[in-house]
Design a protein around this ligand. Structure first.
Ligand code: SF4
Ligand code: SF4
Length: 67
């Protein structure tokens, strides 16, 4: 069984704490949408589902889900 981090709801304020807390390179990052707005993107292949980002997110905007 595999797990991955996932955004839930609209509470993410793009603070970047999750990116700093993640031990896996490029598993979670900010990407540009429509050339300007930024959004958190999680790479399910790189994410190990450890849940560190979920614990560190000040907005409770992440969860670990089965993939
Ligand atoms: S730590 Fe939470 S609020 Fe901050 S960018 Fe990551 S998901 Fe968004
Ligand atoms: S669950 Fe772990 S590996 Fe996946 S994005 Fe969060 S901190 Fe990184």
């Amino acid at each position: 069984m595999y797990y991955t981090a996932s955004l839930k709801g609209d509470e993410c304020n793009r603070c970047g704490v999750c990116i700093l807390s993640c031990p896996e390179a490029n598993a979670i990052k900010l990407i540009k949408l429509n050339g300007k707005a930024k959004e958190i993107e999680i790479c399910e292949l790189r994410c190990k589902g450890c849940g560190l980002c979920v614990e560190m997110c000040p907005q409770a905007a992440l969860e670990v889900v089965q993939r």
